[in-house]
Design a protein around this ligand. Structure first.
Ligand SMILES: [Zn+2]
Length: 97
């Protein structure tokens, strides 16, 4: 399905968008606990495939993951420490009640 609203982050860029109402955190444990997502995190290329030792989460590039606040904080911490030129864009709002 081609979704024109799908964000397309550039290299070392993370785009945040607001989750849809009812989205769950994509962590398996949190999905089981029915934890609501706080943000949708779309990862750009965190490195290059030919420098895979420095690259982060290659299988996740271009993918969007709903995350709860603690999962996003943990992800951001790892990304910021491994990718010094990391840029985080986008807006976070709460889903409509
Ligand atoms: Zn979570």
């Amino acid at each position: 399905m081609n979704n024109p609203a799908q964000p397309r982050p550039g290299p070392d860029e993370i785009i945040l968008t607001t989750p849809a109402l009812g989205d769950r955190c994509s962590s398996l444990e949190h999905r089981r606990a029915r934890l609501a997502a706080h943000v949708v995190v779309t990862l750009g290329p965190m490195g290059t495939a030919d420098q895979h030792r420095q690259a982060l989460w290659m299988e996740a590039w271009g993918q969007s993951y709903p995350m709860c606040q603690p999962c996003w904080q943990a992800t951001r911490h790892v990304a910021a420490s491994r990718r010094p030129s990391l840029v985080i864009t986008g807006t976070i709002g709460s889903p409509a009640p």
